[in-house]
Design a protein around this ligand. Sequence first.
Ligand SMILES: Cc1cc2nc3c(=O)[nH]c(=O)nc-3n(C[C@H](O)[C@H](O)[C@H](O)COP(=O)(O)OP(=O)(O)OC[C@H]3O[C@@H](n4cnc5c(N)ncnc54)[C@H](O)[C@@H]3O)c2cc1C
Length: 490
Amino acid sequence: MIADLNSAEKIATNEQYDVCICGTGPAGITVARALAAQGRKVALFEGGGMEYSELSQNLYQGESVGLPYWDAVRTARLRYFGGTSNHWAGRCSFFDKVDFERRNHSGLPGWPITREEVFQFFDAACSILDISMEAFPASRAAKWKGENFRLSDRAHSPPTRFGEKYHQELKISSKIDVYINANLTNIRLRKSLDAADSLELRNYKDQKFLFSASNYVLAMGTIENARLLLNCDKQIPTGIGNQNGMVGRCFMEHFNVEIGRFVSDDSPIWQHDNIQINPSEDLIRKLQIGNAVLSFDRNTSPASYGRLGKLRQTLREAVCKSSLATDLSRNMVDFNCPGDGVISSLIEQAPNPDSRITLGPERDMFGLRRVRLDWRATAADLKTIRTLGLEVAKEMARTGIARVQLKDFILDNTKEIGEFGQHAHQMGTTRMSEDPRFGVVDTNLQIHGFKNIYVAGSSVFPTGGGNNPTLTIVMLSERLGHHLAKFRTG
Ligand SMILES: Cc1cc2nc3c(=O)[nH]c(=O)nc-3n(C[C@H](O)[C@H](O)[C@H](O)COP(=O)(O)OP(=O)(O)OC[C@H]3O[C@@H](n4cnc5c(N)ncnc54)[C@H](O)[C@@H]3O)c2cc1C
């Protein structure tokens, strides 16, 4: 069933649910379906409608006071049925063994569960994301002749749009009731203050509804999961789950920094016109750096347009024939040659408690304080970026696959890294940790100190690895569904 909370007269809120879930992105829909498959009754709430609306999206508006972040956090996610999967790109990859090792991240522990525990749900996640193990091009790894890097193991989801794919299934489901235009605005706690009693949800007509269940799951994305917990300050002034001040801390992204340029040779490895490589696990361990994917995208035929297009093209062709002329010319003006390209990156950011989400002074239409993001990079992050730049240049020289020209800031520590781009992979604000001093949720994704409140999504990642997050989000959400299915109401 899909019901609209804006049509309040048709809504009965006295239904008893096993689990109430907030958010219909990959995390929320996956938890709901896993529970329904095991016979549990679920209420699934979506703050937006079935389509994009400014009214709903505007609730994501916030401020960014650290490293510049996309349009102050508003555009890097989508607030309607299906969540951000409505415009994700579908790149799927998974954490390496080294990502799960207990490396010391400035005193913070890493993953408290093993890679195997997460990978139990790999097949289920592949089916949800419309990929298969065969879609991961691991076989190409053998073609790489270098020592310190390897070809990336990434598969491409179509990309799966969760709203579209699961609309019909949810509409006819007898186990899942979906409520749209249902904005979670508060979690009411029992008198004991150690468990949720009910959820307060609001539509866009200034009406409030209470729903209750045995267990509750927040699956509203990394920023909103933390923002909501901090805003639940009526019964506990510091917010829910924030007894150790950890909610909102360790906000992580994947850095998208341009490391330099390259000129490729004509080796068969370039048959797809681009290659993506990861540092080897040994290199990560040896140099104590983060994980990453470095992308070499070749220009096949650089654009040439405008009144002087033909002349520019002729000059470029002449200059591109000589590497000396190319380097000299680039000192004056930057341009592309066929077979050239820039080296872009997806680089792990180490968890840092000062990189964080707090609440700003502004309030949204429901009276909730808007988000303030202070995204920061540390010396460890700069080391990762610079070391990877140097190592990849060496690897390319050794293998002869490309000639690399690094950016000044890689070679010279005194030069600032001009621009830290991002990938819309928000992670870490309710991190998983066995010890409540270092995280917000335990290994079952239950909020420390609260019996029946759970969190799904990449906000629980203790570290971000060098991979796209959604496949892991889906595996963890499937795992949470299986865990919660053990409990039955009444
Ligand atoms: C342009 C772009 C490209 C991307 N490409 C990739 C990629 O190639 N590979 C990859 O792995 N990842 C990619 N991502 C990231 C990916 O989209 C996210 O990892 C994924 O969508 C996170 O899923 P989620 O369910 O945790 O959160 P979301 O998808 O953000 O879902 C959160 C849901 O919660 C709802 N919600 C929010 N607040 C409330 C509230 N108060 N009450 C009720 N409901 C609420 C929202 O409306 C939404 O439906 C990309 C992201 C962007 C922006």
